[in-house]
Design a protein around this ligand. Sequence first.
Ligand code: PSU
Ligand code: MN
Length: 299
Amino acid sequence: MPDWLQISAEAREARAVVALESTIVTHGMPYPENLETARLLESEVRAAGAVPATVAVMGGAVRVGLSAAELEQLAAASDALKLSRADLPYAVASGRIGATTVAATMICANLAAIRVFATGGIGGVHRGAETSFDISADLEELARTPVAVVSAGAKALLDLPKTLEVLETRGVPVIGYRTSEFPAFWSRTSGLRVPLRMDSPEEIARFLGLKWAMGLSGGALVANPAPEGAAIPAPEMNGFIDRAVREAEARGVAGKAVTPWILSRLVELTGGRSLRTNIALARSNARLAARIALAMSAA
Ligand code: PSU
Ligand code: MN
């Protein structure tokens, strides 16, 4: 292994491994809920019988699988870089702490031959992208890198119809897990149909095995609706989202700062409810990802 890549011993040895991202920890949630969530995601994966590997850049290396102390250090870091494909090597070279987004986590998972990864929601086409050109590098990565991303869809602060269009154009399979509708992160419904529907982890594992056996490069997006008890109905959530998006625009929040700013504003506007939903859906995604990884290892 090169000295810039460190994979935990258990992740190297296990049959079923689930990668977990770290931007949700450093830029997606406040401290200390972020640390608690990072730990909960790892225990969900373990409880389902797989091994978790949280991905980050620390000490000049891509780290796949962190110790408990490292997870704490990451969650408490106030100066972590938010890394995507463009800047992943910069964090390694500079020795700074870097949190990996969906795009960067996919790249690192692939380096470690991990095929399944769980997050909250992917980035996508931002509202107003026709003028801002703000389209998350997550979409391009899904088209390129052979890792299945288990999510609650794309974050509903985005333009979801355009996000689905880009995924279709780039040949990324979008799979609704036990739903025919594309979930909207905090809400189970979006009014948009999901292109593919599958109802078991085994079905998803078989689909992925076939896709890659056929030489179809790139990843897949599994969209798992937020748990019933924790989801916020779309009509209720949309008002908060519209307001937060407008405020971000008025303040000139741009680039990498947009998603973290809106997420934290939504926690304020919903009195903490959106954070509880985010934690619940991420846990549910970690569980499903573990079941898919196990089904893939059994095939
Ligand atoms: N899921 C969450 N919270 C988050 C993210 C995902 O529940 O904060 C992060 C992911 O790392 C994703 C990123 O890649 O938000 C999207 O950022 P952008 O829109 O700047 O590409
Ligand atoms: Mn962006």
